[in-house]
Design a binder for this molecule. Structure first.
Ligand SMILES: NC(=O)c1ccc[n+]([C@@H]2O[C@H](COP(=O)([O-])OP(=O)(O)OC[C@H]3O[C@@H](n4cnc5c(N)ncnc54)[C@H](O)[C@@H]3O)[C@@H](O)[C@H]2O)c1
Ligand SMILES: [Zn+2]
Length: 363
């Protein structure tokens, strides 16, 4: 088991990564100074796949499956249940699920009685390497994703590679793209592990997954520690996300999973970097290769470049006029720039959409 400490100004917590770590949940809760009453928040599919023993040990509330659960309606229902169950300020919410559960459960914990403890037990690879760490919580508004939320740190994060064994293939691959991101932004050795060892990672070999999750969690923790509220440094975590988010929005958050969109977004960022002569051809080739070795990205036919570019422009308005791109310089180092001519973005997006039909999509 590996322990990654997250030390922040007003809170500190540990991320424990290890095979079987979630079996010892009670022990870890008590070591973190958390005691009853607990309430587990999860989703039916997750409880069925990996939550049977948890259901016997703790009171459990389910929210609907999928992104649509990230709504104020869910929040309101959960708050009703928490009042009904007489949760106190000493209570602890246990978020048992992927990013959806983590975001919603973290949000309700942050507002119930002005904030009660929350523990994250991420059950998707994406949540283990990303969303369970850093304290961003929230739900969607009909006009934009994640519009309503808080920064609220968990008291403990438990990441168990074994929990990922039942995760559907596409969800798992989606997490691998997000994990690869950390290699490009700051860890050449992690990137090389992808180049050398993709088959072990794809097979979900517990040791390989544990190493991967621990490394990604450590990088995310380091970035969060130096920039808790996402002012500047934390933006490097958005590598692949400018175009990625736009693709998700243009596909109406249905056909493309977040990590897959980030896969395409990283290709886009690498190509933009090359057009601006910030990165050499060989490194762009390595990035594209590593992404396609994870698996085929879903086809993008039906997604129009106009919608994708429109979504990027919309982002620009929301963020006061500048579109920030995180561009790779080499494997392991990136720079943030607002100086990308829109013409280059347009060309690259068109290229990605074409490749999305030919190269990455199902053959
Ligand atoms: N807070 C943050 O910092 C942050 C960062 C990145 C993403 N997010 C959010 O995370 C969400 C996406 O999270 P996600 O990719 O984990 O998706 P998700 O939470 O929807 O989970 C994906 C699917 O896998 C199923 N599942 C989860 N764990 C399983 C398991 N162990 N076995 C079998 N099935 C399982 C779920 O039921 C669901 O159908 C988005 O809403 C995104 O906005 C938040
Ligand atoms: Zn992401």
């Amino acid at each position: 088991m590996q322990c990654i400490p997250v030390r922040l100004n007003r809170s500190s917590y540990d991320i424990l990564v290890g095979t079987g770590v979630s079996d010892d949940l009670e022990k870890h809760l008590s070591r973190a100074g958390l005691c009853e009453p607990f309430l587990v928040i999860s989703q039916p599919r997750i409880l069925k796949a990996v939550g049977k023993s948890l259901k016997k040990r703790f009171p459990v509330v389910s929210i609907p499956d999928g992104e649509r659960a990230k709504s104020l309606t869910t929040v309101s229902r959960l708050l009703d249940r928490m009042v009904q169950l007489k949760l106190t300020r000493q209570s602890t919410v246990i978020a048992f699920g992927g990013g959806v559960v983590g975001d919603v459960a973290g949000f309700v914990a942050s507002i119930y009685m002005r904030g009660i403890a929350v523990v994250q037990i991420p059950t998707t690879l994406l949540a283990q390497v990303d969303s369970s760490i850093g304290g961003k919580t929230g739900v969607n508004h009909r006009v934009a994703k994640n519009l309503i939320g808080t920064f609220y740190q968990p008291r403990l994060v438990l990441s168990d590679p074994l929990i990922l064994q039942m995760l559907p293939e596409r969800e798992y691959a989606s997490g691998l793209y997000e994990a690869l991101k950390y290699g490009v932004i700051g860890d050449p050795a992690l990137f090389e592990e992808f180049e050398r060892n993709t088959s072990m990672l794809k097979k979900r070999d517990p040791e390989a997954v544990e190493r991967l999750v621990a490394r990604c969690a450590a990088i995310k923790a380091e970035v969060v520690m130096s920039d808790e509220k996402e002012s500047d440094l934390r933006r490097i975590l958005n590598f692949g996300h400018t175009v990625g988010h736009a693709l998700e929005a243009a596909a109406l958050y249905r056909r493309i999973k977040h990590g897959e969109a980030v896969g395409y977004g990283m290709v886009a960022a690498a190509r933009i970097g090359r057009a601006l002569e910030k990165i050499n051809d060989w490194d762009v080739h390595r990035i594209e290769n590593a992404i396609s070795s994870i698996g085929r990205l879903p086809a993008l036919d039906g997604v129009s470049s106009k919608d994708v570019l429109g979504a990027i422009q919309h982002d620009k308005k929301v963020r006061n006029g500048a579109i920030h791109f995180v561009l790779p310089r080499t494997i392991g180092s990136v720079e943030i720039t607002a100086e990308v001519p829109f013409e280059i973005v347009r060309e690259v997006v068109k290229g990605i959409l074409n490749d999305g039909k030919r190269l990455f999509g199902p053959g």
